[in-house]
Design a protein around this ligand. Structure first.
Ligand code: PRX
Length: 661
């Protein structure tokens, strides 16, 4: 059976606003940027401020360890803060921060931070790090903070003095923190007493205390007061952030360090299915260039916009598109502390309405989460300020796309699915690749941005035919690519540059259609082989959620005596729907009709929740283990975003739920 990979959608949508160019015109323009990609990127890099221009556009003397804009000097904090604070944007609001408290009688908290405020605060923190803690260029700090203004402030302060940082998502547990702190050799950790999420306190300091027992390099802990809970301050290691800052004069100034383009700005860890997390080391010059280019092209945001990226700063999306991107461009953005459905499922829509958000960057998971509650919650608010939507992180399924496009995008707003990875530093593929919009083909990711030579190849690395599934690769170096994996250059080479020697292997399955649009199908390791045919879990899930009663679905492959592997599905139903065999048959009918008999689901389990890592990735291994009755071991390929205990807890919870049926 031939699988039509482009099945879920077959339509082009023309948004109401923006300059639209047809795909072939864009392809021609794009090709012209690829041939001489070095000079093309040099032209873009000239748009940001450098203390000293580079000597070489790329130092490629030791591939694949490329150094972009080698010899150039700049400072990321200067670009994000000083330029605006000292210029006409001094009084412009950089961040409108909204605290989560919003429940009965709780004080509603909003902070409006201008670029000048940011300048003052960042300088004071830089002064503290430099003079009190004696941190200097070449050192590393850890940051484990909830979504409060101190998080971007500390990141910028570190960048100001040339100290690299590694942010650990505040939902991670002690083992994950310790592992990252050890690998990064962090000397100081900045945390908070606690954070607020979903009306509850997340005890961040407690988690740090637990983690640091196993993290020998950390000497000092700086604690921001946020939740007001007990922080169990340990002398002399722990100090309060506000007390230390109070000792520093208000007009303290620290000169930004002149960083080399190839000096690390930060390290951010990614987890795969095996091995320990990989510390992606991002440089300064190349990274700031890709972030600038994509802010300008993909978001096309300007001084009139209210920008909101809903990602947590603990992930790369937050690094590039909450901290460095919007601030470098001098935008005003919303930063929200807590759960987008607290205290009511319309919190996110109320944020859009109250702050008149015009550019929205979010994720399919968030959208599906909102969709579950129905559109009445959205209708309570005027969300007509939104003029551009992008999502990221996973393929957008048809139901989620259509719903969001209709209820927030009024069927007219451009809604793209940007593809990129922690490793790439910035967006690589988009429907607004170069300011101009290409007609939206929902479900696709659009086309590579200028200067990015992305392609889909077969197992031998040869260009794949249009419409055929292959692996996505990037053929030429790009600014924003990692310098290396922290402490393990060999692994960097092996993971990304050895499958197809010399070109970057992203690890995703993709299809390029005859118009040149990319369809990312999901990780190459999440494909189920049914009688030798590969089926992407995403394609199956997209079909299942077409059923009007289905809110969310996850598919895994389980062993089958005859076919090798067959898919089974875990399905969350919309409120008010009763599970049953009739529904099972209806869902399977859709799957069979849309993909073929080969995709017939052997079983459909109705559940109320899916086991997920804290970054919202489905723990497929847990699903698989429950179905097959295998035991979750301690040493097998754990999803590293969850501890063994969490995986076990998810396993027994699911087992119990299924056992009760
Ligand atoms: O599988 C792709 C998926 O997310 C992976 C990268 O994950 P991470 O490093 O956590 O970064 C996520 C945010 C940049 C990719 O290999 N992915 C990301 N964006 C999309 C996507 N899959 C489909 N469509 C997308 N828009």
């Amino acid at each position: 059976m031939a699988v039509n990979w482009a099945l879920p959608f077959d339509e082009k949508i023309y948004p109401e606003k923006g300059v639209v160019v047809e795909a072939d015109a864009y392809t021609r323009m794009h090709s012209s940027t690829i041939g001489d990609y070095r000079n093309f990127w040099a032209g873009i890099a000239h748009e940001i401020d450098w203390y000293k221009t580079w000597e070489k556009i790329i130092d490629d003397s030791n591939p694949p360890f490329y150094k972009w804009f080698a010899g150039g000097e700049l400072n990321a904090c200067y670009l994000c803060v000083d330029r605006h604070a000292m210029g006409p944007r001094g009084d412009k609001i950089a961040i409108v921060w909204e605290g989560e408290s919003w429940g009965d009688g709780a004080p509603k908290e909003t902070k409006r931070i201008t670029y000048r405020d940011l300048y003052k605060e960042v300088n004071k923190v830089a002064y503290l790090l430099k003079n009190t803690y004696k941190l200097k260029k070449g050192d590393m700090i850890g940051i484990y903070l909830p979504m409060i203004p101190e998080l971007p402030i500390v990141m910028l302060a570190a960048a100001r003095i040339g100290v690299a940082f590694t942010v650990v998502f505040s939902g991670f547990g002690a083992d994950a923190i310790a592992e990252r702190m050890n690998d990064a050799k962090a000397k100081l950790v900045v945390t908070a007493d606690g954070g607020l999420r979903g009306g509850k306190i997340i005890y961040t300091k407690q988690m740090i205390d637990e983690a640091l027992g196993d993290a020998a390099t950390v000497r000092d802990v700086l604690v921001v007061r946020r939740a007001g809970c007990d922080a169990n301050m340990l002398e002399p290691r722990d100090r309060w952030y506000h007390e230390e800052l109070a000792k520093i004069p208000d007009n303290a100034r620290v000169e930004p360090e002149r960083m080399k383009s190839e000096d690390p700005l930060y390290v951010l860890y990614t987890s795969g299915t095996t091995g320990k997390p990989k510390g992606q080391v991002h440089d300064t010059g190349g990274y700031m260039t890709i972030v600038h280019a994509t802010m300008k092209w993909v978001f096309d945001a300007n001084d009139e916009d209210m920008y909101w990226c809903t990602a947590d700063i603990g992930w790369v999306t937050g690094h590039s598109y909450v901290v460095f991107g919007p601030l470098m461009e001098g935008l005003t953005q919303v930063m929200y502390e807590g759960s987008p459905i607290y205290p009511e499922p319309d919190r996110w829509a109320s944020i859009v309405e109250r702050h008149r958000v015009s550019v929205l960057y979010t994720s399919p998971t968030a959208i599906r989460g909102w969709m579950r509650f129905g559109e009445d919650f959205v209708k309570r608010h005027d969300v007509s300020s939104v003029r551009l939507i992008h999502s990221v992180g996973e393929p957008i399924n048809p139901a989620a796309f259509r719903w969001f496009h209709r209820v927030v995008g009024r069927d007219r707003v451009l809604f793209g699915s940007t593809w990129w990875m922690t490793e790439t530093g910035g967006i690589m593929i988009s429907h607004v690749p170069g300011k101009a919009i290409i007609p939206m083909k929902p479900g696709t990711n659009g086309m590579p941005i200028p200067g990015i030579d992305a392609d889909v190849v077969d197992v031998n690395g040869a260009a794949q035919k249009p419409g055929e599934r292959g692996y996505i690769v990037i053929r030429k170096p790009w600014p924003g690519m990692p310098l290396t994996i922290h402490g393990n250059p060999q692994r960097y080479k092996e993971v990304y540059f050895s499958r197809f020697p010399g070109i970057y292997y992203a690890g995703d399955y993709a299809v390029k259609d005859s118009d040149g649009y990319f369809w990312i199908l999901g990780r190459a390791d999440e494909v189920i082989k049914v009688a030798g045919h590969g089926l992407g879990t995403y394609e199956l899930e997209s079909e299942i959620v077409r059923h009007q009663s289905v809110a969310e679905a996850a598919v895994v492959g389980v062993p089958d005596d005859i076919k090798g592997e067959v898919p089974v599905a875990f399905v969350i139903l919309k409120a008010g729907t009763e599970p049953g065999d009739g529904l099972r048959e209806e869902i399977n009918a859709i799957v069979r009709e849309k993909i073929g008999h080969i995709a017939t689901l052997k079983d459909i389990y109705f559940v109320t929740r899916l086991p997920k890592t804290r970054s919202a990735k489905i723990m497929r291994r847990v699903l698989k283990a429950v179905v097959t009755g295998t035991v979750i071991g301690d040493t097998t390929t754990l999803e590293e975003e969850a501890s063994i205990d969490e995986v076990r807890a998810a396993y027994s919870e699911l087992q119990k739920e299924l056992g009760n049926k």
